[in-house]
Design a protein around this ligand. Sequence first.
Ligand code: NI
Length: 375
Amino acid sequence: MWWFVIRTVPVTVNAQELNVHEGVSVEQLLEDNDAFGVTAGNLVSVGGNVITEGGGARATVSVNGEEVPADQFAQRGLMSGDELEVSDGTDVQEEYEESVESLAPGLQTDGTGAIQFVSQWGQAGEKKVWTGKQSEEKVDKEVTKEPVDMVISYINPKPKDGNKYLALTFDDGPSKYTGQILDILKEKGVHATFYNLGQNAEANAALCKRVVDEGHEMASHTNQHMNLPNESRDSLRNEISSAADRIEQASGFRPQMIRAPYGAFTTTEWARSADLISCNVLWNIDTLDWKRPGADAIKQEVLSNAYNGAIALMHDGGGDRTQDIEALPGIIDGLKEAGYKLVTVKELMKLDGRFPDDVINGTVKVPEGAVMPEA
Ligand code: NI
């Protein structure tokens, strides 16, 4: 069978001559020569971890300067004079499934000031995710749609019509002192803003209703005066919602405006409850009335720090408020003498001109398609 004689031909491998059967495949050559001592690559996961050591390409091979893809080693035959370079094999990545997942918006703050509100709602983005078929690892690939961050603006109201305005605010009520405070406000013909606790509104429903009926602004100080950053998401939301429920039940008015107890309301609390509130209102003048420094000290604190647009913090509940009651007529008279008009926080916002109508009116609705940041 002389016509079956197989010819051997010379080739070079890494510059060394070698005789091989004419037409032998690259794969066979590697197998017959223990891959010339090179190291195979690994099979790696989508996350870059080794799944199988040596499970990648057996070797990297080029013939006459052109690399032969590993999946063509079996087909590629060698001819006389071919020059081969054989080096370590490369890693091969496992197969994966690509999916599209939504990307939560972040949260930014803008400015400084006593009144905080959502000035821009967040929108979800999209990202490609690879899931390894063997490793089941999930890896974020490119962001195909950038999320739009939620923005909380902080503003100190600044009425600009040439008049001077100031808002008196009372926290922690209603309590047995609230009636006398309402009497003084009525007698002086001015309106204030009350941040009622839900539990107190329930216990003093008639006073809560009187606040609203006499034209004051009713707002929420949450239900039980907890330090909200210490609370879970559910507890925080319950503190806000149950207070609104109780105040509504007592007064007929459902407040969206809150003042967080201790003023403690971080971006985390915003991300967790922005759909429940219109704004969180802090203060510019702290009377420190809770320390009971004397009626005159409380009065002086307001009068000597008053400025156009200021929000002053007092209390109608949470302790002995006789000093507040004693100080209040002098505070109102002194402010009037200094040219101030006493208004509610809502009116301050309206006079400022930068607050959205739904924030001013406490009618904020989360726009369709808006997405909350993760928190
Ligand atoms: Ni308080």
